[in-house]
Design a protein around this ligand. Structure first.
Ligand SMILES: Cc1cc2nc3c(=O)[nH]c(=O)nc-3n(C[C@H](O)[C@H](O)[C@H](O)COP(=O)(O)OP(=O)(O)OC[C@H]3O[C@@H](n4cnc5c(N)ncnc54)[C@H](O)[C@@H]3O)c2cc1C
Length: 485
């Protein structure tokens, strides 16, 4: 494994290699086509090309009647590479060989979508390019809304439960706040994500790993009729579905097909640092959040047993300064002497307000849709919540018989997302704008003003959301408006 030092010496090539090891293999050339390669330039010194496909009109539907009796098992099922596109196209004519829902990407959003569609009794295929469990650059912070969105009975594999937060402002003015109750939990993403996939499998979804989706097509020779989407895999195999959910992360190909537009782009750098027992003990149950030196940046220490996840995030385009921040941060914490087991970087992207969430029979959710909290860049709860909605609406779209039905259901999906997560994102954007200009004030409020700390605790616990808080408390609303000026 590569060390944090490899990143901190500014070796961009090495950083890309680390990302490769994290299951992002072989993407560079093809992502570059979309201009959205997370791994080729994670330090963000080059501007991202945004030559995404313009969203075309919804693929027309032919108003064909409902399927007759359904095949017991779709002909293009997992693990059967002999089943080719032509064969599938033939069988599609009478509804055989067509999955109700194909989900691309088996992170939290994809697993949640597959689970939701599978518990509704539909034929669901979940496709993942990596072998599971796969590494994901992430703090693994599971806040209340993430817990609330998990499948019933899901046991979260917590590595630690947090009831204290140490805040600092670029290493200074350090203060620890404690709570009697758990604020949020910490997981290792490989284990957490794999369990989510297992839940979807138990609900009836079929899972196929080690397969990369190259593109989806909604018209043309690979598409047998207007009620079907072709999912083309690397290597040429084609699968057919009545609807597709794109859950393929922040460099999403399905997002490019839909025409998702990203506004805010940030670079996160992280090191997984194994530490001796005495150091681990010092961190147990406590995280550190450091408001950083770059506008909108912050750093964190998330303890997970004998390993500390130490990371920073900042606007893309400041790659060298972001690396320096991580280096200084690790040094200040006295952790520079410990060799990281993993050092990696990843971009996060937030959608613009007017960005589409669907195109024809294809929906996007999670990072693929640019759904994450703009201030904290918390994305797991957004992935789980939007994934569940996408799975539910994909089922309705799968059953839609014509373009009008499809349009209605996709608008309903967009409405559900915008009314919930969209509102949370717009409040998050405002808070980020305030934080970018006045980090010291935010630090002073949260460490010195009890209601601000209580609000932080309530949000992380899931007792309220930032949007709800601003809506229901006139004082919070007035404070935010005043600070925005
Ligand atoms: C440094 C950093 C720290 C973070 N910390 C936190 C945190 O503490 N808490 C939190 O809530 N959020 C955090 N986030 C955000 C969080 O990691 C993401 O929002 C979350 O993983 C989104 O889930 P997802 O399922 O949408 O995408 P992902 O988790 O990225 O999953 C996408 C999946 O799709 C697969 N895939 C991609 N392309 C294809 C393809 N073409 N074919 C098939 N499969 C494909 C990928 O292999 C991957 O498994 C952090 C992000 C970063 C960068």
């Amino acid at each position: 494994m590569d060390s944090a030092a490899d990143i901190l010496t500014g070796d961009r090539e090495r950083l890309a290699i680390v990302s490769d090891e994290n299951g992002e293999h072989g993407e560079h050339a093809e992502h570059a086509e979309n201009g959205r390669d997370d791994t080729s330039d994670p330090t963000g010194s080059a501007e991202d090309a945004t030559a995404e496909d313009a969203p075309a009109e919804d693929a027309p539907e032919d108003g064909a009647p409902a399927d007759g009796a359904r095949a017991e098992e779709p002909a293009g099922r997992a693990g059967d590479p002999a089943v080719g596109a032509e064969y599938l196209a033939d069988r599609a004519a009478d509804g055989e060989g067509v999955w109700d829902v194909v989900v691309v990407g088996a992170g939290p959003s994809g697993a949640a979508a597959a689970y939701a569609a599978a518990v509704a009794g539909r034929r669901v295929l979940l496709l993942e390019k990596a072998e599971l469990p796969r590494y994901k650059t992430c703090g693994g912070g599971i806040i209340g809304p993430s817990r609330d969105a998990l499948p019933p009975g899901f046991e979260v594999p917590f590595q630690d439960r947090v009831n204290a937060v140490t805040f600092s402002h670029n290493g200074r003015f350090t203060r620890t706040r404690r709570s009697r109750r758990m604020l949020f939990g910490l997981v290792n993403r490989p284990e957490f994500d794999q369990r989510l996939v297992e839940s979807a499998q138990k609900a009836g979804a079929e899972v196929r790993t080690g397969v990369t989706v190259s593109r989806v097509e909604q018209h043309g020779p690979t598409v047998p009729d207007r009620r079907t989407v072709a999912v083309v895999l690397q290597g040429g195999e084609t699968l057919l579905a009545r609807s597709v959910v794109g859950a393929d992360g922040s460099a999403s190909r399905i997002g490019a097909h839909v025409g998702v537009k990203m506004g805010q782009v940030d670079l996160g750098l992280e090191a997984e640092i194994p530490v001796p027992g005495t150091v681990a003990e010092d961190w147990r149950g406590r995280v550190l959040i450091d408001w950083g030196p770059l506008p909108g940046s912050y750093g964190w220490v998330f303890p997970k047993g004998d390993t500390l996840t130490v990371g920073v995030i900042s606007a893309r385009g400041e790659g060298a300064a972001t690396k320096r921040y991580l280096e200084d941060f690790i040094g200040r914490l006295g952790l520079a002497g410990f060799e990281p087991a993993v050092s990696s970087g990843h971009l996060t992207r937030c959608r613009t307000d007017d960005s589409p969430l669907s195109r024809g029979r294809v929906l996007v959710c999670g990072d693929a849709a640019g759904l994450l909290e703009p201030w904290t860049r918390e994305g797991i709860s957004f992935a789980l919540r939007s994934g569940r909605l996408a799975g539910e609406w994909a089922v309705r779209i799968a059953e839609a018989h014509d373009a009008v039905d499809v349009r209605r259901e996709s608008l309903n999906y967009a409405f559900a997302i915008k009314a919930g997560l969209g509102v949370e994102m717009s409040v998050g954007r405002k808070l980020l704008a305030v934080f970018e200009r006045r980090p010291g004030m935010l630090h002073a409020a949260i460490t010195g003003f009890r209601p601000a700390w209580r609000a932080f605790a309530d949000i992380t616990r899931g007792a309220t959301t930032l949007a709800e808080l601003v809506r229901s408390r006139p004082l919070a609303q007035r404070a935010l408006t005043a600070l925005e000026r």
